[in-house]
Design a protein around this ligand. Structure first.
Ligand SMILES: [Zn+2]
Length: 445
């Protein structure tokens, strides 16, 4: 039997049975040729806007030809914008509007060096909440539902970004922010949110805390999980879906481009993240040569904003390694999908000369029976010849054979590493972005 929609205040109905909203059907299911026309128009606007208003881009764009006729081709001749450029222009060298036109600032945490600041005009905030509304709808959230937002509120874009998009969709928000995990569980019992937004590692900790408190997922109304801000694997998805009784999807974004909502998996396919290409132009390049990669090939994601006023970004190197899938999706959206993040170029580990990403280790590790989703990667031994040790908690006592798991990981990853099964609770729990790699190497003498 088809589910009957209680109300449809926005007039959007899915082609599919039931009551799945595509928030902006006109844009999200637009024919590719029309979408590409729109991208050209908006890119041309962006190139002019940046050239006329941002000294950094004025120098780069002043001699460029074809901004109006062939903006996509012109773009290919432009150098990339790097994170280090934002740091060099700290705090507001990239600002393209007057201070009076800025409505909000956010900033990166600066864990990898000097922080970067980003700014938004009113129009930028509207665009951002629009893409987050689309993203939440793609995840399965509906107008009239409630979202518990356990992303941190503050300078980090996760909290306020998800918040505004949820309100735009017509969803009530519980602004729980990060931390206070027992209270998070209490709120889920008392206010019955339909969705939870968090980093996947924090969602895992919430699920574990529920278990400790004797709360089962059957007691909750939770149906949807929106998880991002760190790479995660299919194995982690299974742990989160079974632990919380939900459908879990991956959301992607970065503050330099806008924040969360650049791309999201649809709940129908859960196979790659739809990029909102009417606002963000996507390229995948070879990180060494800068050459374009073909669909399906893994490379670094490069993004250009198509409507941002306060801080347009042109060919921004995200550092995230993905591949692109141009195949049509069963959900009806016509945007291209990017794979989940294979890794960040600056997170790569080199184990005795062999490269491996922490996310690849997670993918293989969590596909094994008997493992919990609590793990960390430890560098041990002498710095001249460090060993990588995977510490993992068991799902139940005695569920894991340390030696057999190590043999499997070595074979599947082609990397020399060892495994240590540790007691329950040994791995620190994350209340935000998880720290997966820790250094226990002996000091050099
Ligand atoms: Zn889809």
């Amino acid at each position: 039997m088809l589910a009957v929609a209680p109300a449809d205040p926005f007039g959007y109905h899915s082609r599919r049975e039931g009551y799945v909203v595509i928030w902006d059907r006109g844009m999200e299911t637009m024919e590719r040729s029309r979408l590409e026309d729109l991208q050209r128009t908006r890119l041309s606007w962006t190139l002019h806007w940046a050239r006329d208003r941002v000294p950094f881009y004025r120098d780069r764009l002043s001699h460029l030809k074809g901004l109006d006729e062939h903006p996509l081709e012109a773009l290919q001749d432009l150098p990339f914008t790097h994170k280090s450029d934002l740091r060099d222009q700290y705090p507001l060298g990239f600002l393209a509007v007057s201070r009076g036109e800025v409505r909000r600032f956010h900033a990166s945490s600066g864990t990898r060096g000097k922080p970067t600041v980003v700014a938004y005009t009113e129009h930028d905030l509207t665009m951002w909440s629009e893409v987050v509304a689309r993203a939440l709808a793609a995840a399965g959230m509906q107008p009239g539902q409630t979202l518990q937002n356990a992303y941190g509120y503050g300078l980090f874009t996760g909290g306020l970004g998800l918040h505004a998009g949820a309100e735009r969709l017509g969803v009530a928000v519980i602004p729980a922010s990060g931390g206070g995990t027992e209270r998070q569980v209490q709120l889920m019992l008392d206010l019955a949110p339909d969705g939870l937004a968090a980093t996947p590692s924090y969602a895992l900790y919430i699920a574990e805390t529920m278990h400790h408190l004797g709360v089962s997922s059957d007691q909750l109304a939770l149906k949807t999980g929106i998880f991002g801000a760190e790479p995660w694997s299919e194995g982690m998805r299974e742990h989160l879906e079974s632990g919380l009784g939900i459908q879990a999807v991956d959301i992607y974004g970065l503050s330099e481009i806008t924040g969360p909502g650049v791309a999201i998996e649809c709940v129908e396919a859960k196979a790659g993240l739809h990029v909102f290409e009417d606002f963000f132009y996507m390229e995948v390049i070879d990180p060494k040569t800068g050459a374009r990669k073909a669909p399906g090939e893994v490379g670094e994601l490069v993004l250009t904003t198509l409507s941002k006023e306060a801080m347009p970004m042109i060919r921004y190197r995200t550092g995230d390694l993905v591949s692109v899938n141009p195949e049509p999706c069963i959900c009806g959206r016509t945007s291209m999908r990017m794979s989940r993040i294979h890794g960040r170029s600056d997170d790569m580990l080199i184990v005795r000369g062999v490269n491996v990403f922490p996310s690849e280790i997670e993918r293989v590790l969590l596909s094994q029976p008997g493992v919990s989703a609590h793990y960390q990667l430890c560098w041990e031994g002498h710095p001249s010849r460090p060993d990588l040790v995977v510490e993992i908690e068991e799902a139940q006592v005695g569920a894991l054979d340390q030696g057999a798991l190590a043999i499997h990981l070595r074979a599947a990853l082609g990397v020399h590493l060892s495994v240590r099964v540790v007691a329950h609770g040994h791995i620190p729990r994350s209340q935000g972005k998880a720290i997966r790699v820790i250094n226990r190497m002996q000091e050099e003498s």
